[in-house]
Design a binder for this molecule. Sequence first.
Ligand code: ADP
Length: 375
Amino acid sequence: MNSPVDASVKGDILIVDDTPDNLRLLSAMLGRHQLGVRKALTGQWAIAAAQVAPPDLILLDIKMPEMSGYEVCQRLKADPTTEAIPVIFISALDDAIDKVKAFAAGGADYITKPFQEAEVLARIAHQLELRRLQAQLVAQNEELVRSNRELEQFASVVSHDLQQPLQSILGYTKLISLAWPDIQQSPARPYLENILEASGRMQQMIQDWLAYAQAGQAQPPMAPVDGNALMDQVMLNLKAALTDTGAELIYGDLPKVMGNEVQLMQLFQNLISNALKFAKPDMRPQITVSVDPQPQAWRFGIHDNGIGISAEHLGQIFEAFQRLHDAQTYPGSGIGLATCQKIVECHGGRIWAESQLGLGSTFYFTLPAPPSDGG
Ligand code: ADP
């Protein structure tokens, strides 16, 4: 007979049954299919054996004198060392299994005596495969978290290290202009201006990179943050850009939210400066901040009357380095919205955009309300 058990899965199976004949029968059956078998005659033994060396699967008799299978299963599921081991219950025909109780106790499946070999093997193979896939997923996830962290550390270190030589370039270029004022009237002037302009852009990129790396770090301390004070500060920080563009920024009374003040400031500032940057060349930018209550949260909206985003691009804008416009007209690093998404998700919220090309965009995000306020 062909074994339904994948040859690559070296199952280590713990059979728990107070009847030695049943143990012998089952272990002979599984042994014929190259599955490793351990045996336990009581629930206590089974728990101890599983804690010392967790098996891949447990076949667990329900009716045992000292401790029922349900209780054994509950105890296994309550212990972090053994909680992930799938448990298949075994029940005799004359002892009908309480399926609700079996699944409530954490059981993954059940088989009934007398055993049908093909059925027993198929159910075991199924659980072992699930366990293998689950382990694979956990390993992949850990790898992903690790490489993400490494990437963020790399970004942070590189950005820090780049800052110093860049300061030298900027400093010495300015020094040349000061030490040799005649240069302003010479043909070298545009070259100097280009150096300053390119260095300024690079400085902005480095700052964006650092902000992105920092936004991904462990949960920042959270406290109630006053939305009005936050906006006042953002207005102050963006004063030059608001004045230069003649933009109108409209907002009413804003609520308190639960969060990290520095990160929230960055979130509002990124979105509002984008609304200023992606304005229509022939129209005065108008930016409105709206706020709506949600269960235990607030939903904010930043609406603009700018150039808008096409439907085909809307799905990509939160990805790092996604830039939909030419760098000459709209300079940037393509990392601002990725940083906003990290910040909002760090706060347990959600961010999304709605937009119509040529008409404007709205960026929505949710933030938790302080416990006493309720959104
Ligand atoms: P950056 O602004 O540095 O290019 P972002 O991550 O902030 O990068 O934004 C990504 C892209 O999303 C931008 O390049 C732009 O194409 C688009 N975008 C963001 N905000 C707006 C907006 N308010 N209106 C139109 N397009 C926007």
